[in-house]
Design a protein around this ligand. Structure first.
Ligand code: NAD
Ligand code: MG
Length: 395
């Protein structure tokens, strides 16, 4: 079973035509810099041809000096940026459709990554997708676009990469259940009252992964796991009642697939995003030099599992319910969460306030139409306004 729109032709092999061109959106972030390390180790297979960043001019300038891509783009205006660089949000689409790029790694954070994913798929390219929000906001439209235009969506998210690896060669009717693992985040064992007033620095201390600030907060609320359940539903075409979540604090098993005969496969290894990034580029092939240390089960010690504490982490249930509801509800969940997390990081909202604002936005706007891309983008904008207006009203 493979995600919709995916052909099985490997494109990561060295070819007579030279290395495959890769556009990297969000090059200066956590996934972006990991991706550049992966690409730098595979010069015979891949070459970065386009790099974009949001506002970090200095970091992008250094990357451009090192990798000499054919295209560079900075979303925010910066007086020092060279005239040849692309500017504004359109630079993401320009990079994603660059003629020299066969693969687009989308490592942008948030719904801002959606237009570039769609543009790349319309050109029939492979999208190595870290930007899970793309599938949460418009999963049906994105997978339809991949199918219609022969584009490929290959997950970078470690859980979905694990599932893709476990599913290799299997048919949809052989799969009983997907079981996503969650680290549980920094508040896994905290009581609800303490979680509600957790500080920014408490929430930014992820126990097992080093990531950008938005996904780190999402991991603390478990919103990230809700986004991932919706992502898995769209990528693998599995209904919500056959996708479960289990807490696994060590983050060694990246996810499980249970098959109809009761057999369960897992993919495991020390937490590193470099392996799933490389696999998204070379799928279905495996190649050496992933940067991952050799597996030592004795050194890892015990692997443990716990049930999710839904009462203490309401964002997981809210997000899965939004996924089940469909229409614009997942887009509202995502946009309200993005806005609430930004407010929390800015010190304008308590940690417990994130789930309250998102629940409120879903109540007001979750039933909006999600039939077209315009309707979904309108719901996204309305949810952001809704959360913003509530917070301003309270100040
Ligand atoms: P990050 O904040 O470290 O980096 C985000 C990148 O996107 C930066 O290069 C930034 O310049 C760019 N960017 C931010 N806002 C933008 C905008 N509005 N327009 C264009 N570019 C913008 O985030 P990250 O941790 O690298 O995460 C990126 C994506 O990958 C997210 O969707 C996240 O959920 C997903 N992801 C991350 C990890 C991880 O380990 N970091 C793991 C799985 C999935
Ligand atoms: Mg993940």
């Amino acid at each position: 079973m493979t995600p919709p729109g995916m052909s099985a032709a490997p494109i990561g092999g060295a070819s007579a035509a030279g290395p495959v061109g890769v556009a990297l959106l969000g090059a200066t972030g956590s996934i972006g810099t990991s991706a550049l390390r992966v690409l730098a180790r595979q010069p015979d297979r891949f070459v970065p041809v386009a790099l974009t960043a949001n506002g970090n001019f200095a970091a992008l300038q250094e990357q451009v000096a090192r990798f000499s891509p054919a295209y560079a783009g900075l979303v925010q205006s910066c007086p020092d940026a060279p005239a040849a660089w692309g500017r504004g949000p359109d630079c993401l689409v320009a990079a994603a459709t660059h003629p020299e790029a066969a693969i687009v790694i989308n490592a942008v954070v948030g719904a801002a990554g959606l237009p570039a994913t769609l543009a790349a798929l319309r050109c029939g390219k492979r999208v190595a997708l870290a930007n899970k929000e793309t599938l949460v906001v418009a999963g049906g439209i994105v997978t339809d676009t991949a199918r219609e235009h022969g584009g490929e969506l290959v997950p970078v998210d470690s859980e979905h990469s694990a599932i893709l690896q476990c599913l290799a060669g299997r048919q949809p009717h052989e799969v009983r259940r997907l079981l996503l693992t969650a680290s549980g985040g920094p508040f896994r064992t905290w009581p609800a009252e303490r979680i509600a007033t957790a500080t920014r620095s408490d929430a930014l201390k992820h126990p097992t992964w080093q990531m950008g600030s938005k996904i780190t907060i999402d991991s603390a609320t478990l919103a990230n796991k809700a986004l991932e359940v919706i992502e898995a539903h769209h990528l693998f075409g599995v209904p919500y009642d056959r996708i479960d979540v289990v807490v696994h604090p060590q983050s060694i098993i990246h996810s499980f697939v249970e098959f109809v005969d009761g057999s369960v496969l897992a993919q495991m290894g020390v937490p590193s995003m470099e392996l799933p990034i490389l696999y998204a580029l070379t799928w279905p092939e495996r190649v050496p030099d992933s940067g991952v240390p050799s597996f030592d089960p004795v050194a890892l010690g015990g692997l443990t599992f716990e049930a999710v504490r839904h009462e203490q982490f309401p964002m997981l249930g809210l997000g899965i319910a939004a996924g089940r509801q469909g229409g614009a509800a997942p887009a509202v969940f995502n946009a309200a969460n993005e806005e609430a997390v930004a407010q929390f990081l800015a010190g304008h909202l308590s940690f417990g306030g994130i789930a309250e604002r998102v629940a409120d936005a879903l109540q007001e706007l979750g039933g909006s139409s999600g039939d077209t891309l315009d309707a979904l983008l309108a719901a996204d904008a309305a949810a952001r306004r809704h959360v913003r207006s509530r917070i301003v009203a309270e100040l």
